[in-house]
Design a protein around this ligand. Sequence first.
Ligand code: F6R
Length: 236
Amino acid sequence: MKWIDVLNYKELSEEAAKIIKERINNSPNLTIGLATGSTPIGLYEELIKAYKHGELSFSGVTSYNLDEYIGIDINSPQSYYQFMFQNLFNHVDIQKEKVHIPNGNTTDLQVECAQYEKLIKNSGGIDIQVLGIGNNGHIAFNEPGTSFDAKTHVVKLDDSTIAANARFFNNKDEVPVQAITMGIGTIMKSKEILLLISGKGKQEAIEKLKSGVVTEDFPASILHKHPNVTVIITNN
Ligand code: F6R
Protein backbone atom coordinates (compact mmCIF):
# COMPACT_ATOMS: atom_id res chain seq x y z
CA MET A 1 0.00 0.00 0.00
CA LYS A 2 1.54 3.28 -1.11
CA TRP A 3 0.67 6.37 0.96
CA ILE A 4 0.84 9.87 -0.51
CA ASP A 5 0.47 12.57 2.17
CA VAL A 6 -0.66 15.92 0.82
CA LEU A 7 -1.22 19.28 2.47
CA ASN A 8 -4.83 19.92 1.64
CA TYR A 9 -7.91 18.86 -0.29
CA LYS A 10 -6.87 20.76 -3.43
CA GLU A 11 -3.59 18.85 -3.60
CA LEU A 12 -5.40 15.57 -2.97
CA SER A 13 -7.74 16.27 -5.89
CA GLU A 14 -4.87 17.32 -8.18
CA GLU A 15 -2.75 14.31 -7.26
CA ALA A 16 -5.66 11.92 -7.84
CA ALA A 17 -6.49 13.60 -11.16
CA LYS A 18 -2.87 13.27 -12.28
CA ILE A 19 -3.03 9.50 -11.75
CA ILE A 20 -6.40 9.05 -13.47
CA LYS A 21 -5.36 11.27 -16.39
CA GLU A 22 -2.20 9.26 -16.89
CA ARG A 23 -4.09 5.94 -16.79
CA ILE A 24 -6.69 7.15 -19.33
CA ASN A 25 -4.07 8.64 -21.63
CA ASN A 26 -2.08 5.40 -21.52
CA SER A 27 -5.21 3.26 -22.08
CA PRO A 28 -8.00 5.25 -23.75
CA ASN A 29 -10.38 2.27 -23.40
CA LEU A 30 -9.86 2.09 -19.64
CA THR A 31 -12.53 0.67 -17.34
CA ILE A 32 -12.79 2.88 -14.28
CA GLY A 33 -14.66 2.37 -11.03
CA LEU A 34 -16.09 5.55 -9.55
CA ALA A 35 -17.30 6.69 -6.15
CA THR A 36 -19.74 9.35 -4.98
CA GLY A 37 -19.66 11.29 -1.69
CA SER A 38 -17.83 14.52 -0.86
CA THR A 39 -14.27 13.27 -1.25
CA PRO A 40 -14.02 12.69 -5.04
CA ILE A 41 -15.81 15.92 -6.05
CA GLY A 42 -12.50 17.85 -6.34
CA LEU A 43 -11.02 15.01 -8.42
CA TYR A 44 -13.99 15.20 -10.79
CA GLU A 45 -13.55 18.99 -11.05
CA GLU A 46 -9.91 18.51 -11.97
CA LEU A 47 -10.81 15.88 -14.59
CA ILE A 48 -13.41 18.21 -16.12
CA LYS A 49 -10.79 20.98 -16.27
CA ALA A 50 -8.31 18.63 -17.96
CA TYR A 51 -10.96 17.53 -20.48
CA LYS A 52 -11.83 21.16 -21.26
CA HIS A 53 -8.14 21.95 -21.79
CA GLY A 54 -7.92 19.07 -24.26
CA GLU A 55 -5.65 17.03 -21.98
CA LEU A 56 -7.83 13.90 -21.94
CA SER A 57 -10.86 12.28 -23.48
CA PHE A 58 -13.37 9.93 -21.89
CA SER A 59 -14.76 8.78 -25.25
CA GLY A 60 -13.34 5.25 -24.92
CA VAL A 61 -13.76 4.98 -21.14
CA THR A 62 -16.23 2.57 -19.51
CA SER A 63 -17.33 3.40 -15.96
CA TYR A 64 -18.88 1.43 -13.12
CA ASN A 65 -20.09 3.17 -10.00
CA LEU A 66 -19.70 1.53 -6.64
CA ASP A 67 -23.22 1.90 -5.35
CA GLU A 68 -26.71 3.37 -5.48
CA TYR A 69 -29.53 3.82 -2.99
CA ILE A 70 -32.55 1.56 -3.25
CA GLY A 71 -35.94 3.16 -3.78
CA ILE A 72 -34.77 6.62 -4.74
CA ASP A 73 -35.83 8.01 -8.11
CA ILE A 74 -32.85 8.43 -10.45
CA ASN A 75 -34.07 11.98 -11.16
CA SER A 76 -33.90 12.85 -7.47
CA PRO A 77 -30.94 15.13 -6.71
CA GLN A 78 -29.81 12.72 -3.99
CA SER A 79 -29.52 9.70 -6.29
CA TYR A 80 -25.98 8.68 -7.10
CA TYR A 81 -27.05 8.65 -10.75
CA GLN A 82 -27.72 12.42 -10.58
CA PHE A 83 -24.59 12.98 -8.54
CA MET A 84 -22.41 11.41 -11.22
CA PHE A 85 -24.04 13.25 -14.13
CA GLN A 86 -23.93 16.59 -12.33
CA ASN A 87 -20.41 16.27 -10.98
CA LEU A 88 -18.73 14.58 -13.95
CA PHE A 89 -20.54 12.90 -16.83
CA ASN A 90 -22.49 15.97 -18.08
CA HIS A 91 -19.22 17.88 -18.47
CA VAL A 92 -17.02 15.36 -20.32
CA ASP A 93 -17.27 13.27 -23.49
CA ILE A 94 -18.01 9.91 -21.84
CA GLN A 95 -20.51 7.84 -23.87
CA LYS A 96 -23.73 7.37 -21.90
CA GLU A 97 -23.97 3.70 -22.93
CA LYS A 98 -20.58 3.09 -21.32
CA VAL A 99 -21.73 4.47 -17.96
CA HIS A 100 -22.95 1.93 -15.40
CA ILE A 101 -24.63 2.69 -12.09
CA PRO A 102 -26.57 0.02 -10.19
CA ASN A 103 -30.34 0.37 -10.63
CA GLY A 104 -31.93 0.69 -7.20
CA ASN A 105 -35.43 0.93 -8.64
CA THR A 106 -35.81 -2.46 -10.18
CA THR A 107 -38.33 -5.04 -8.98
CA ASP A 108 -35.73 -7.80 -8.93
CA LEU A 109 -32.75 -6.55 -6.98
CA GLN A 110 -31.03 -9.94 -6.92
CA VAL A 111 -31.07 -10.11 -10.72
CA GLU A 112 -29.75 -6.53 -10.87
CA CYS A 113 -26.84 -7.44 -8.57
CA ALA A 114 -25.97 -10.57 -10.55
CA GLN A 115 -26.16 -8.68 -13.86
CA TYR A 116 -23.97 -5.83 -12.56
CA GLU A 117 -21.33 -8.29 -11.43
CA LYS A 118 -21.47 -10.04 -14.82
CA LEU A 119 -21.20 -6.76 -16.74
CA ILE A 120 -18.03 -5.84 -14.84
CA LYS A 121 -16.56 -9.27 -15.52
CA ASN A 122 -17.47 -9.13 -19.22
CA SER A 123 -15.82 -5.70 -19.49
CA GLY A 124 -12.58 -7.41 -18.50
CA GLY A 125 -12.74 -6.13 -14.92
CA ILE A 126 -12.02 -2.71 -13.46
CA ASP A 127 -8.62 -1.25 -14.33
CA ILE A 128 -8.62 1.43 -11.63
CA GLN A 129 -11.14 1.84 -8.82
CA VAL A 130 -11.56 5.15 -6.98
CA LEU A 131 -12.64 4.72 -3.35
CA GLY A 132 -13.57 6.91 -0.40
CA ILE A 133 -13.83 5.59 3.14
CA GLY A 134 -16.60 5.88 5.72
CA ASN A 135 -15.92 6.84 9.32
CA ASN A 136 -16.68 3.25 10.25
CA GLY A 137 -14.25 1.91 7.64
CA HIS A 138 -16.85 1.12 5.01
CA ILE A 139 -15.78 1.04 1.38
CA ALA A 140 -18.60 1.46 -1.09
CA PHE A 141 -21.56 0.49 1.14
CA ASN A 142 -19.83 -2.55 2.60
CA GLU A 143 -20.48 -1.95 6.27
CA PRO A 144 -18.47 -3.51 9.12
CA GLY A 145 -19.09 -7.25 9.29
CA THR A 146 -19.52 -7.69 5.52
CA SER A 147 -17.78 -10.77 4.16
CA PHE A 148 -14.56 -10.02 2.33
CA ASP A 149 -15.80 -12.37 -0.41
CA ALA A 150 -19.08 -10.51 -1.07
CA LYS A 151 -20.04 -9.77 -4.67
CA THR A 152 -22.45 -7.00 -5.71
CA HIS A 153 -25.30 -7.23 -3.21
CA VAL A 154 -28.12 -5.47 -1.36
CA VAL A 155 -27.20 -3.89 1.98
CA LYS A 156 -28.96 -2.36 4.93
CA LEU A 157 -27.12 0.85 5.77
CA ASP A 158 -25.60 1.32 9.22
CA ASP A 159 -27.16 4.00 11.44
CA SER A 160 -23.82 5.84 11.38
CA THR A 161 -23.82 5.86 7.56
CA ILE A 162 -27.41 7.11 7.46
CA ALA A 163 -26.49 9.86 9.94
CA ALA A 164 -23.38 10.81 7.89
CA ASN A 165 -25.34 10.92 4.62
CA ALA A 166 -28.26 12.90 6.10
CA ARG A 167 -26.39 16.08 5.12
CA PHE A 168 -27.50 15.50 1.53
CA PHE A 169 -31.20 15.20 2.51
CA ASN A 170 -33.73 17.43 4.33
CA ASN A 171 -33.48 15.16 7.35
CA LYS A 172 -32.27 11.76 8.50
CA ASP A 173 -35.65 10.09 7.91
CA GLU A 174 -35.39 10.79 4.17
CA VAL A 175 -32.15 8.81 3.79
CA PRO A 176 -32.85 5.44 2.16
CA VAL A 177 -32.08 2.52 4.47
CA GLN A 178 -30.91 0.15 1.75
CA ALA A 179 -28.51 0.27 -1.17
CA ILE A 180 -26.96 -1.87 -3.88
CA THR A 181 -23.21 -2.02 -3.59
CA MET A 182 -20.28 -3.69 -5.27
CA GLY A 183 -18.97 -6.23 -2.79
CA ILE A 184 -15.52 -6.26 -1.28
CA GLY A 185 -14.75 -9.29 -3.46
CA THR A 186 -15.75 -7.22 -6.52
CA ILE A 187 -13.59 -4.28 -5.46
CA MET A 188 -10.60 -6.49 -4.68
CA LYS A 189 -10.63 -7.82 -8.26
CA SER A 190 -9.82 -4.31 -9.56
CA LYS A 191 -6.33 -4.18 -11.00
CA GLU A 192 -5.53 -0.94 -9.19
CA ILE A 193 -7.17 0.97 -6.34
CA LEU A 194 -6.98 4.66 -5.51
CA LEU A 195 -8.25 5.43 -2.01
CA LEU A 196 -8.88 9.10 -1.20
CA ILE A 197 -9.08 10.19 2.42
CA SER A 198 -9.85 13.75 3.39
CA GLY A 199 -11.29 15.37 6.44
CA LYS A 200 -10.88 15.61 10.17
CA GLY A 201 -13.82 13.26 10.78
CA LYS A 202 -11.81 10.36 9.30
CA GLN A 203 -9.16 10.23 12.05
CA GLU A 204 -10.36 6.97 13.61
CA ALA A 205 -10.61 5.31 10.21
CA ILE A 206 -7.10 6.53 9.31
CA GLU A 207 -5.62 5.13 12.52
CA LYS A 208 -7.32 1.75 12.07
CA LEU A 209 -6.20 1.53 8.46
CA LYS A 210 -2.64 2.47 9.35
CA SER A 211 -2.54 -0.19 12.10
CA GLY A 212 -2.50 -2.84 9.36
CA VAL A 213 -4.87 -5.20 11.22
CA VAL A 214 -7.06 -6.95 8.63
CA THR A 215 -10.56 -7.67 9.91
CA GLU A 216 -14.10 -7.79 8.51
CA ASP A 217 -15.04 -5.42 11.35
CA PHE A 218 -13.14 -2.74 9.46
CA PRO A 219 -13.87 -3.32 5.74
CA ALA A 220 -11.15 -1.04 4.32
CA SER A 221 -8.50 -3.13 6.08
CA ILE A 222 -8.76 -5.73 3.26
CA LEU A 223 -6.95 -3.24 1.02
CA HIS A 224 -3.71 -4.29 2.75
CA LYS A 225 -4.09 -7.58 0.84
CA HIS A 226 -4.36 -5.90 -2.57
CA PRO A 227 -1.12 -5.65 -4.57
CA ASN A 228 -1.69 -2.20 -6.09
CA VAL A 229 -3.28 0.35 -3.76
CA THR A 230 -2.41 4.05 -3.52
CA VAL A 231 -3.84 6.05 -0.64
CA ILE A 232 -3.87 9.83 -1.05
CA ILE A 233 -4.49 11.44 2.29
CA THR A 234 -4.84 14.86 3.87
CA ASN A 235 -5.84 15.65 7.41
CA ASN A 236 -7.37 18.95 6.34
C1 F6R B 1 -19.70 6.41 -2.23
C2 F6R B 1 -19.22 5.37 -1.36
C3 F6R B 1 -18.90 5.62 0.09
C4 F6R B 1 -18.10 6.89 0.34
C5 F6R B 1 -17.84 7.07 1.84
C6 F6R B 1 -17.12 8.37 2.14
O1 F6R B 1 -19.95 5.90 -3.53
O2 F6R B 1 -19.10 4.29 -1.81
O3 F6R B 1 -18.21 4.51 0.59
O4 F6R B 1 -16.89 6.82 -0.36
O5 F6R B 1 -19.04 7.04 2.53
O6 F6R B 1 -17.96 9.43 1.82
P1 F6R B 1 -17.44 10.94 1.83
O7 F6R B 1 -16.49 11.07 0.70
O8 F6R B 1 -18.68 11.75 1.62
O9 F6R B 1 -16.80 11.16 3.16
